[in-house]
Design a protein around this ligand. Structure first.
Ligand SMILES: Nc1ncnc2c1ncn2[C@@H]1O[C@H](COP(=O)(O)OP(=O)(O)O)[C@@H](O)[C@H]1O
Ligand SMILES: [Mg+2]
Length: 467
């Protein structure tokens, strides 16, 4: 099956190459250029509009969780995921030839195509199976038989989703590697393309939407199975996905004992605890990078409301963890490099929490890391911008094998380097905007930087596709 996909993609690439030799060409019409069956399916799926995720629907599904409701979600994902995967394939195939031809980007295309193919095959097979069960023996089944058929289907689907999740663990690393190779090529040319920037926004936004949908479904499946096993008082048995998964391996972060998590959503999240987790991850990566240098402390201010209650807010913890982790790594690095790596202590990094009159939550991260120069301050959200590349040499193959071998930590980013991808702030802004929030910066050259994450109340939000 994979060889057919690859043949189609080679065809698609060569069609594009013959259409245009312009390395900035993102307009080539790959979607109509082949006759192969697979390619037609990709194009057909990609021509459909994705259905935006609605947080209230995700919560509703989690709060009325049953085999049947999860089965309906599975049917929705069966239709939705091929659309989203096919769009990523088309986006990748519209990249400039020099970027598309790099090995990491070819790996990405191969992986997305394989996942698309597996989802399509699964969807075709389950339709056939549904028809044959209905025609022959569904009437003869009693309720228990029906329930166990549904559970079997859910288990099989979860296994497929888990395999796909594992395959796409290194997407960001492949992308960063491809971009770094492309940057070397671009070095002698004009300024990096705006179109690459908008491709990366769209690709990453689409990728994130997929991760959230899949992560929510898998987390709910675990939740349902746990509820069913404890109802049966069968505490010894394992959930269908438990053997291959821990919560952190599918878009999650450690949960506290009092967590009321619904799938991947925490409706009443302890924000200070989330900050502490991100701080630990950032300090761990900092220490690995500089070896003998101790990282700056992080001090959280105003973590309590007027009545003394800890600030709690509805969030997708994995998204906020990602943003805080990226900001803290940057602030720690800036602080240590600005004050000198020979110091035994550094000024604290401050985090301030405040509610806005409209009910949003602001999280400010303030450092004394020397700020950015007037020339740099316009660039932090540019994927191709990093000041680390002169001093840091990234060994992409080692990072990929580290992520492969330690899936637990990869979810928290602890296998990734402190800096050097240039992706941290660009992806963080996307993560913040996905459900109606934002990430903004002010920086005083010679003094420090202040980043503000604004989080909107999640319940009312639907997924925002990138502009
Ligand atoms: N708090 C900060 N203080 C000073 N410079 C910063 C800060 N945060 C980000 N930057 C600058 O923005 C660049 C891009 O940051 P980022 O997107 O996280 O990529 P990376 O950390 O891989 O370089 C950094 O290389 C650095 O020059
Ligand atoms: Mg960074």
């Amino acid at each position: 099956m994979l060889s057919t996909v690859n043949a189609s993609l080679t065809q698609l690439n060569s069609d594009q190459d013959s259409e245009s030799d312009n390395d900035e060409d993102l307009e080539g019409d790959a979607a109509t250029s082949s006759t192969s069956d697979d390619l037609q399916r990709i194009n057909l799926a990609a021509s459909r509009a994705p259905t935006p995720l609605s947080i209230s629907q995700c919560l509703k599904l989690g709060r009325s969780l049953s085999t049947m409701s999860l089965r309906r979600n599975m049917n929705f994902l069966n239709r939705e995921l091929p659309v989203r995967f096919s769009k990523r394939i088309v986006e990748l195939n519209h990249l400039p030839r020099e970027l598309r031809a790099t090995e990491p980007i070819m790996n990405l295309v191969k992986n997305y195509s394989l996942s698309f193919q597996e989802l399509q095959t699964y969807s075709d097979n389950s339709r056939l199976r549904f028809l044959s069960t209905n025609m022959h023996n569904r009437e003869d089944l009693d309720l228990d038989d029906n329930e166990s058929l549904e559970q079997e289907a859910l288990k099989e689907f979860a296994e497929l989703l888990q395999a796909i999740t594992n395959r796409h663990k290194q997407d960001v690393i492949y992308m960063a590697h491809g971009i770094s190779l492309f940057k070397r090529y671009q070095h002698h040319r004009s300024k990096p393309s705006e179109k690459i920037q908008s491709f990366l926004n769209s690709f990453n936004c689409g990728r994130l939407g997929i991760r959230i949908m899949v992560g929510h479904h898998l987390a709910l499946q675990d939740q349902l199975y746990r509820a069913q096993s404890s109802a049966k008082n069968d505490s010894g048995s394992k959930s269908p996905t438990q053997e291959s998964l821990s919560p952190s391996s599918y878009l999650s972060t450690p949960t506290s004992a009092h967590s009321m998590r619904v799938g991947i959503i925490e409706p009443d999240c302890d924000i200070e605890a989330l900050i502490n987790n991100a701080t630990q991850s950032a300090q761990f990566v900092f220490f690995q990078h500089y070896n003998t240098v101790f990282p700056p402390n992080v001090v959280v201010e105003h973590a309590k409301e007027a009545g003394g209650r800890k600030i709690r807010f509805p969030v997708v913890p994995a998204l906020v963890h990602h943003i805080l982790f990226e900001l803290l790594k940057n602030s720690m690095r800036a602080t240590a490099e600005f004050h000198g790596l020979d110091k035994s202590s550094y000024p604290d990094i401050l985090i301030q929490l405040s509610s806005t009159p409209s009910g949003d939550l602001n999280i400010k991260v303030k450092d004394h890391g020397g700020g950015m120069s007037p020339e740099q301050i316009s660039k932090p959200f540019d994927y191709l911008f990093t000041t680390a590349s002169n001093t840091v040499c990234i060994d992409f193959p080692s990072i990929i094998s580290a992520v492969e071998s330690k899936p637990q930590k990869s979810a928290l980013g602890e296998n990734l380097p402190l800096c050097g991808f240039g992706f941290g702030l660009a992806t963080s802004k996307l993560y913040a905007k996905l459900f109606g929030g934002d990430l903004t910066f002010t920086s005083t050259p010679g003094a420090g930087t202040e980043a503000t994450i604004r989080l909107s109340r999640l319940e009312d939000q639907i997924e925002q596709f990138s502009d």
